[in-house]
Design a protein around this ligand. Structure first.
Ligand code: HEM
Length: 359
C-alpha cells in the first residue's frame, strides 16, 4: 500500500496519559451502545409485535409505550456517541479522519439517517395514539435504517484500522463502502448485542410500570425475559464467528495471553453469567433479579470495548503506537470540565425533583 496516505499525527500530542483517555473512551462507548442498542433492539421488538400481534390491543399499547421512549433513547445514544468520538479523534485522529474522508458519502449519510429515524419514530407513535394499526412496514423501515447506521459505523471503524485497504476504497472517491477486515462479523456481533439491550429496555419498561396499563406491563416483562437470554446466546455464538473472521494478526492478539485475551475471557464470562441470571429470573422477576444480570451485561460491554480497542492497537501496530504521541497535560480544562459536569448533574437532579413534585 501507499504509506503516504497515512497522515502525520497531530503535533499537539495528547492532553493526558493515554490510559486515562482509553478508560474514558471505552466507558463512554459502552454507554453509547446501551442507548443505541435499546433503540435498535426496541425497534426490533416493535416490529415483532406488529407482525405477530396484529389486532392485539395489548401489544399495540406496548408498541406505543416503546415508541414514545425511542426518540429520547436515540438522542441519548447520539449524545453519548459524541464523547467516544472526541476521545477517538484525540487518540487515533489521523487514522479516524482518513477513514471518514474515504467513506465520506456514507459517513455524511449518518445525519439524515438519524434525523429521519427520529421523525419516523414520531410518525409511528402518532399513528398508534390516533388508534390506527401500525403494520409491519414502518417498523421494518426503521429497523433497516438503524441497521444501515450500525453498518456505516462498523465499516468506518474497521477501515480506519485497516490502512492496507485505503487505496482501493479511495478509488471510489468517498462513495466506497468498506466491508472487509472482519467488518461483517463485527456488525453481526453488535446487532445481536443490540437486540439483547432492546429486550432489557422493554423488560424494565414493564417492570417500572411505564407501558400504559398492567397487561401491557406484563407483556413487556414476558417478551423482555424471553428475548434477552436468547439474544445474548446468539451474541456469544456471533463472538465465535467474529474471532474466525478477524484478520490473522488481530486474532493472535485475542489468544496471546495479553490484556486483550483477559478482557475477552472476562467479557465472555459476563455475557454468559448475564444469560444464566436472566434465565433464573424467569421464575421470580423481582427488580433485583433483573438489575443484577443487566449490570453484569453492561460490565461485559465495557470489557468488550477494551478488548476491541486492544485488537485495534494490534492492527495498527505496524504503522503506529500510542506511545509515539507526546503528552502535554492540560489539567486546567479537565478541571473546568469536571466542575461543569458537577453543576450540570446538580441542575438535572433538581429539575427531575421538581418534575416529580408536579406529577
Ligand atoms: C450520530 C450519532 C452517533 C455517533 C456520534 C456515534 C459515535 C460512535 C463512535 C465514535 C464509535 C466508535 C468509537 C471507537 O471506535 O472507539 C461508535 C461505534 C459504534 N456505534 Fe455509534 N455513533 C452514533 C450513532 C450510532 C447509531 C444510531 C448506531 C446504531 C444504530 C451506532 C452503532 C455503533 C456501533 C455498532 C459501533 C461499533 C462499531 C464497530 O466497532 O464495529 N452508532 N459510534
Amino acid at each position: 500500500m501507499n504509506l503516504q496516505l497515512i497522515p502525520a499525527p497531530d503535533m499537539l500530542g495528547l492532553p493526558a496519559h493515554p490510559v486515562l483517555l482509553l478508560v474514558l473512551l471505552n466507558a463512554t462507548l459502552a454507554l453509547h451502545w446501551v442507548f443505541v442498542g435499546a433503540v435498535l433492539g426496541g425497534t426490533l421488538i416493535v416490529l415483532h409485535n406488529a407482525v405477530t400481534g396484529r389486532g392485539d390491543a395489548t401489544r399495540a399499547r406496548l408498541n406505543q409505550a416503546i415508541l414514545s421512549f425511542l426518540p429520547f433513547m436515540l438522542s441519548m445514544g447520539v449524545t453519548l456517541g459524541v464523547a467516544p468520538l472526541l476521545f477517538v479523534q484525540v487518540l487515533y485522529g489521523h487514522f479516524f479522519y482518513a477513514a471518514n474522508v474515504m467513506m465520506a458519502l456514507w459517513w455524511l449519510l449518518i445525519i439524515p439517517l438519524v434525523v429521519g429515524t427520529t421523525y419516523l419514530f414520531y410518525v409511528a407513535k402518532l399513528r398508534l395514539s390516533a388508534g390506527r394499526a401500525l403494520g409491519p412496514l414502518l417498523p421494518a423501515i426503521l429497523a433497516g435504517m438503524l441497521l444501515v447506521l450500525a453498518m456505516i459505523l462498523s465499516g468506518n471503524m474497521t477501515l480506519f484500522q485497516t490502512p492496507s485497504a485505503w487505496e482501493s476504497v479511495w478509488r471510489l472517491h468517498g462513495a466506497g463502502f468498506f466491508h472487509g477486515g472482519g467488518m461483517v462479523g463485527r456488525v453481526i456481533f453488535a446487532v445481536f448485542g443490540f437486540a439483547a439491550l432492546g429486550a432489557m429496555f422493554v423488560l424494565f419498561l414493564g417492570k417500572m410500570g411505564l407501558a400504559y396499563d398492567e397487561e401491557a406491563d406484563r407483556a413487556a416483562i414476558e417478551i423482555g425475559l424471553r428475548a434477552a437470554p436468547v439474544c445474548i446466546g446468539l451474541q456469544l455464538a456471533a463472538g465465535i464467528l467474529l474471532v474466525v473472521l478477524l484478520p490473522a494478526e488481530q486474532r493472535k492478539a485475542v489468544f496471546n495471553g495479553s490484556l486483550v485475551s483477559l478482557f475477552s475471557v472476562l467479557s465472555i464470562g459476563c455475557l454468559a453469567g448475564s444469560l444464566v441470571l436472566f434465565v433464573k429470573a424467569r421464575k421470580s422477576p423481582t427488580l433485583s433479579a433483573l438489575v443484577v444480570p443487566t449490570a453484569v451485561y453492561v460490565v461485559g460491554l465495557i470489557l468488550i470495548a477494551f478488548a476491541r480497542d486492544g485488537i485495534r492497537r494490534a492492527a495498527l501496530a505496524p504503522h503506529f503506537q500510542l506511545g509515539e504521541l507526546a503528552i502535554h497535560p492540560q489539567w486546567g480544562p479537565f478541571a473546568l470540565f469536571l466542575g461543569m459536569l458537577v453543576v450540570a448533574a446538580a441542575a438535572v437532579i433538581t429539575l427531575l425533583r421538581l418534575a416529580r413534585q408536579t406529577e
